[in-house]
Design a protein. Sequence first.
Length: 138
Amino acid sequence: MNYWLLKSEPDVWSIEQQKDAGSEGVAWDGVRNYQAANNLRSMKLGDLCFFYHSNIDKEIVGIVEVIKEAFPDKTDKKKKFVAVQVRFIQKLKSPVSLVKIKKNKAISHLPLIKQSRLSVMPIDYKSWKIICKMGKII
């Protein structure tokens, strides 16, 4: 299993909307950065992703699961990019802010800090566990 972080602006698509989408989930589409798109292509069925509210709150608020691997993104007229299908798993009991992540030296290497504009990024297992603990879900 691999671990990821997906960014979404909460005024465009929030964790609550993701939760309301139910067990069928939704297509994670609209990604137009090649590195982020390659990360989507690398996702496998059952991979877990942190759901990060970007721009407004800048915090990890929940977890979603990949339920369908990469497929053509219907929002891409040029047919270059892909989407994955994700469903809601749970909200963190305590959202983990970017400020808290930056203060934790054990996870200071994360792409969330190093490549702040990347919308889909890998998370190593050790960092995943640390953030889950910070979010009070372990």
